[in-house]
Write a protein that binds this ligand. Structure first.
Ligand code: SAM
Ligand code: GLN
Length: 289
C-alpha cells in the first residue's frame, strides 16, 4: 500500500531535503511553508501530525519546497515579511526587510518624537525598497509625513501597495530616481537610509539566498561598500532643517568610517552610533548644527 503524506511525514521529509540543499533553517522553513499552505498556525501542525494532506495541498506545498530548495527566500515565496510588527508585501524587486533595520526605525522614531512641533515632522527615506523604514516610522508617528526615493520602479510599486494596505498612503509621497535628486529644494527633519552597503569583494561570500535571489542594486555599495554614504554625507546635510539629522544603517565595521564621512561635512555638528542586538554598530546618526 502506498504510504500517505501526513503532516508529520512530509515535514520530516522536507526537513532532510532542505538540509541536503544547504538551507539554513530546514525545519522552521518547512513548518512555515506548510502552515501557509494549510492556512493554519505552526502549532496546528504539531497537534495534527497524523492529518493527511489533500492533493491540492500537496501540489501547492511541492511548488514551495522546490522554490525554497533553489534558495528563494521564504519571504518571496509567501510574498510577505513581518517588520516592526507590520506585514509588508515583498517581491524579488525589493530587499527582504531585516530585523537589524528595526534599530534604525526605533532610533528615528525616538529622535523625531523629541521634535519641538511633532505635528509638522517631515522626513525622507532614501532607497525605500518595500517601504519598510518609511512606513513603519509613519505608523509610529501618526502626524508625520514623508517622501521616499528608490531607483527601482518595481520597488516603488511595491512600496506604494504597502502604503495603501497599511493605511498610510495619504502621508507618503513616492519618487523614482537617484538618491536625493528627486527631492531637490526640499528640507527635512530627518533623512533616513539603509543604502546598499556590501563591498564588491564580499558579494560572492553572501549566503545563496541573498546572493542568488535578492536584487544586486539593493546590496552592492561599490568597491569598499561606502559609495552611498559618501554621496549622502555630501548632499543630505544641506537638506536638513535646523536640528535635523541624517540616520543610516551600516554594515559590520563600517560605523567609524561612516561617522568620519558625516563629520567631513561642516554642517554636521555631532554623530552617534547605535548597536544592534548582536552588539554590532548598526546605525550612525549625524545631527545638523
Ligand atoms: N529600505 C529598504 C529596507 O531597509 O528594507 C531597502 C533597503 S536596500 C538595502 C537599498 C535600496 O536602495 C534598494 O531598494 C535599491 O533599489 C535602492 N537603491 C539603490 N541604488 C539607488 C540609488 N542610486 N538611488 C535610490 N535608490 C537606490
Ligand atoms: N543587511 C543586508 C544583508 O543581509 C545588506 C543590506 C544592505 O546592503 N543595506 O546582507
Amino acid at each position: 500500500m502506498q504510504e500517505v503524506w501526513t503532516i508529520g511525514r512530509i515535514l520530516k521529509w522536507t526537513e532532510s531535503f532542505f538540509q541536503e540543499k544547504g538551507i539554513e533553517s530546514p525545519r522552521l522553513d518547512a513548518e512555515v511553508l506548510l502552515s501557509a499552505v494549510l492556512k493554519k498556525d505552526r502549532i496546528h501542525l504539531y497537534v495534527h501530525f497524523d492529518q493527511p494532506l489533500i492533493p491540492e495541498e500537496l501540489a501547492a506545498f511541492r511548488a514551495m519546497v522546490k522554490a525554497r530548495a533553489a534558495h528563494t527566500p521564504v519571504a518571496y515565496i509567501l510574498g510577505e515579511k513581518e517588520f516592526m510588527g507590520l506585514t509588508f508585501r515583498v517581491t524579488e524587486a525589493t530587499l527582504v526587510p531585516r530585523p537589524d533595520t528595526e534599530i534604525l526605525v526605533q532610533a528615528a522614531v525616538d529622535e523625531l518624537r523629541k521634535a519641538e512641533d511633532p505635528t509638522g515632522v517631515r522626513f525622507a527615506d532614501i532607497g525605500t525598497g518595500s517601504g519598510a523604514i518609511c512606513l513603519s516610522v509613519l505608523h509610529f508617528l501618526p502626524e508625520a509625513t514623508a517622501d521616499t526615493v528608490d531607483i527601482s520602479e518595481a520597488a516603488r510599486a511595491v512600496a506604494e501597495e504597502n502604503a495603501e494596505s497599511l493605511g498610510l498612503a495619504d502621508r507618503c509621497t513616492f519618487h523614482t530616481g537617484d538618491l536625493l535628486e528627486p527631492l531637490a529644494g526640499k528640507t527635512y527633519d530627518a533623512i533616513l537610509s539603509n543604502p546598499p552597503y556590501i563591498p564588491e569583494k564580499d558579494i560572492e561570500t553572501l549566503s545563496p539566498d541573498v546572493r542568488l535571489k535578492e536584487p544586486h542594486t539593493a546590496l552592492a555599495g561599490g568597491e569598499d561598500g561606502l559609495d552611498f554614504y559618501r554621496r549622502l554625507a555630501k548632499d543630505a546635510p544641506g537638506m536638513l532643517k535646523e536640528k535635523g539629522f541624517l540616520a543610516v544603517e551600516v554594515g559590520i565595521h563600517q560605523a567609524a568610517d561612516v561617522a568620519a564621512l558625516f563629520q567631513e561635512n561642516s554642517l554636521i555638528g555631532r554623530t552617534e552610533t547605535k548597536k544592534d542586538l548582536a552588539g554590532i554598530e548598526r546605525v550612525v546618526i549625524g545631527w545638523k548644527g
